[in-house]
Design a protein. Structure first.
Length: 285
């Protein structure tokens, strides 16, 4: 996949400088220039023509700015699956829309984009509006095993992608905040009419993946054909207990597991980009 390109002349100039020769204080200078000359946001074009604004102060934004990509293998796989069978893409943990906007740019695709964090969701809405997409439905909520209030917190102030359900919720104070959670099945029942099977369900919720999946009826109308799911070693051990239990969940429900390069999943293997591809055995692709 080609690296992102700047949309405006200032975006292209800053990206070119950012990827050129290194020198002392370069990161600090690049971020200062972005604030002064681009209002703190670099607009980039990627995938099949989608445009998003990235924040070079943020970990993910900086990765895209500096390298031209974020999770390129996983994104390429999602694009391939959706291009082969344009349909419903469900983005759980949509962040600012990196996957949402890329999939929405595919002709014939529709997207349900779910993001619990208000700040991330505001940026998501702006990025969707920037592309004038009419095929994206945004849900500003968490999804879990039941309707409830969940405490969220950001693992790292410099990484907006580390918003997660707090391990130990406190009623007040601290850095936590509370959001409403509903079952994923409920969200899809309300927002996808008539009901349609997701071609791809992508889940990146910082260790809350088992809870999200427990709110989906795999025997119902929203059984996904493909699941792209985070399987970071530390988060997997905490949330699933082991990779064996992670794999067992999907195999028991009729899915074959691969890494995002297409190699069979191995419980003791290295996972590119810490993501896993679960493919319904009944899927032809």
């Amino acid at each position: 996949m080609a690296p992102v390109e700047g949309v405006r002349p200032i975006d292209r100039a800053l990206i070119g400088y950012g990827r050129a020769f290194e020198h002392p204080c370069k990161i600090r200078l690049v971020r200062w220039l972005a604030r002064r000359l681009a209002a703190g946001r670099i607009k980039v074009r990627y995938a099949v023509g989608a445009v998003v604004a990235i924040d070079p102060q943020d970990y993910i934004g900086w990765a895209i700015f500096k390298t031209g990509a974020y999770e390129p293998q996983t994104l390429a796989l999602a694009l391939r699956l959706m291009a082969a069978e344009p349909g419903l893409f469900v983005d759980v943990g949509a962040h600012v829309g990196w996957y949402t906007c890329a999939m929405a740019a595919i002709r014939g695709a529709t997207v349900v984009s779910i993001e619990p964090d208000a700040e991330n969701c505001a940026a998501l809405r702006v990025n969707v509006a920037r592309n004038k997409f009419q095929n994206v439905t945004i849900c500003n909520a968490a999804v879990g095993p039941e309707a409830a209030l969940l405490a969220l917190s950001r693992g790292s102030p410099a990484n907006s992608g580390t918003v997660a359900v707090a391990a130990h919720a406190t009623p007040a104070g601290g850095q936590q905040y509370w959001v409403a959670a509903v079952m994923l099945e409920t969200v899809l029942n309300e927002l996808v009419r008539p009901a349609a099977r997701p071609v791809v369900l992508k889940i990146d919720v910082e260790g809350f993946e088992p809870a999200v999946l427990s709110g989906l009826d795999f025997d119902g109308p929203f059984r996904p054909k493909h699941v792209l799911i985070e399987c970071d070693d530390a988060l997997c051990a905490r949330s699933w207990g082991s990779r064996e239990r992670f794999a067992g969940f999907f195999t028991a429900r009729g899915y074959d597991l691969f890494d995002v390069s297409g190699k069979p999943f191995a419980c003791d293997g290295t996972l590119p980009e810490a993501n896993v591809w679960a493919r319904d055995r009944g899927s032809t692709r």
